[in-house]
Design a protein around this ligand. Structure first.
Ligand code: GLY
Ligand code: MN
Ligand code: MN
Length: 440
């Protein structure tokens, strides 16, 4: 499934509507980034640029200009020209004709003409929208264009208002359409298959990177790339929140924490599973795991339309703290531990984040009054409680040390209640052990 030009156009329509009359929006894609001499990182279009255009080539800028009534707008795409020699080396280009025919731009220009053409577009507009602060070079370009427009109009034709475009775009991206949810479901299904394969492939003494390769095999088979750097941490490496070295052997008796997922058509998924390298949880691993699973299931239930964004965290923290006190890992009054946040010794991150085209997706978490926003239909959030007992934490009994567990699913807030996109990969102790026992 792919989005169509009609989908991208509908987004441009909604943006133009919110810009008001006599306005211009300028949106650039990501820069190409070199890895080292003559080798660059694989290009990935800027999410907001792609959201509006569906155009995946580098070196492109979209411009939307509304007319005096605010009813009509012109969509221009600046892109690379066709060039036979460059295309032989680096791949086909849409070119200016393709920008009009295939991407439905009203006007298209060679990207080399941007500095020249943009001045007349800026002139006599009331408001200029762009993604302020996205990149210093682009901020500098905008300032330069405004200065040029000022010069050529003797100061009469420059926009009176410069406005943060992200305010509008981020809010649009935060609310996913049915088609976007469908794409995210595909990404989630592929990632779930990758985690299932990892559970079926892991063996004691395997290297973490070899297990990562099992995930990448599934992503690659489906034409996907990881949505972020995969975390494959055995034993105490599971206590490092952003562990990405993935270069240690997996030990018999340890858990392995995998936080890895792919993106499909520029839509991300984000899954964490933690399971025993040898297929059987030890008693300590089991009891800690069950606390986190209970917290996670309760937190998912808290994703109800109208609930505060923070409700899943509040629910998860209480269950985690009760569990830690029950096990004697923490001592004291539960409310006081929660109030003082001393649980952060073992649970130091939030319970989720917005998910969409970016793994940590755009969208504000608080409203204009500084209050947590509430869940609305089509918002997608991760639910990822965990507990991490540092290997050198002498405040806890030795048997708990070096255990790091996180369980993460992707959830859509809907009128019918929480919709879990990532349920194709098992997470109960029973189901994990059964799946792992069935390995050849
Ligand atoms: N994988 C990044 C995160 O869970 O936030
Ligand atoms: Mn996450
Ligand atoms: Mn994650």
């Amino acid at each position: 499934m792919k989005l169509t030009q009609a989908d991208f156009q509908e987004r441009r329509d909604r943006l133009a509507e919110q810009m008001g009359p006599n306005s211009i929006a300028i949106i650039a894609t990501s820069p190409e980034v070199m890895r080292n001499r003559d080798a660059d990182y694989k290009f990935r279009a800027d999410s907001s640029f792609f959201y509006l255009t569906g155009f995946a080539e580098p070196q492109a800028v979209a411009v939307i200009e509304t007319d005096e009534t605010g009813e009509m707008y012109v969509y221009s795409l600046f892109c690379r020209e066709r060039n036979r020699e460059m295309e032989i080396w680096n791949g086909y280009r849409a070119g200016v004709d393709g920008a009009i025919d295939a991407y439905e731009a009203d006007e298209a220009y060679a990207i080399d003409l941007l500095d020249e053409e943009i001045i007349s577009k800026i002139l006599n507009k009331q408001k200029l929208y762009y993604r302020i602060g996205q990149r210093a070079e682009f901020d500098a370009k905008i300032s330069h264009w405004i200065a040029k427009a000022h010069e050529s109009s003797r100061g009469f034709g420059v926009p009176a208002h410069i406005i943060q475009l992200d305010q509008i775009l981020d809010e649009m991206r935060l609310h996913k359409s049915a088609e976007e949810i469908e794409l995210m479901q595909i990404a989630a299904n592929i990632s779930a298959d990758a985690h299932t394969r990892a559970m079926q492939s892991v063996r004691p003494d395997m290297m973490e990177y070899a297990l990562e390769a099992e995930l990448n095999y599934i992503f690659g088979q489906q034409g996907c790339v990881p949505a972020y750097n995969s975390i494959v941490g055995g034993g105490k490496n599971g206590c490092i929140l952003h562990y990405v070295e993935n270069n240690q052997p997996l030990k018999d008796g340890d858990l392995v924490l995998i936080d890895a997922a792919c993106e499909y058509e520029c839509y991300a998924s984000d899954i964490t599973r933690t399971f025993p390298v040898n297929g059987k949880f030890s008693p300590e691993q089991k009891v800690l795991y069950q606390i986190i699973l209970d917290a996670q299931i309760a937190a998912i239930e808290a994703i109800q339309i109208g609930n505060s964004y923070k409700e899943p965290h509040t629910v998860a923290v209480r269950i985690l703290v009760e569990g830690l006190v029950d096990l004697g890992i923490m001592q004291g009054d539960i409310d006081q531990i929660i109030e003082s946040e001393s649980y952060r010794q073992f649970y130091m991150h939030g319970t989720g984040h917005w998910l969409g085209m970016d793994v940590h997706d755009v969208g504000t978490y608080k409203d204009d009054n500084g209050q947590w926003r509430t869940y609305e239909h089509g918002m997608v959030v991760t639910v990822e409680p965990g507990l991490y007992i540092a290997p050198d934490d002498e405040t806890v009994e030795k048997k708990w040390r070096g255990i790091g567990i996180r369980i993460e699913d992707d959830v859509v807030a809907t009128e019918q209640g929480p919709l879990v996109l990532t349920k194709n990969v098992v997470k109960s102790i029973e189901d994990i052990e059964a799946l792992m026992a069935s390995r050849n």
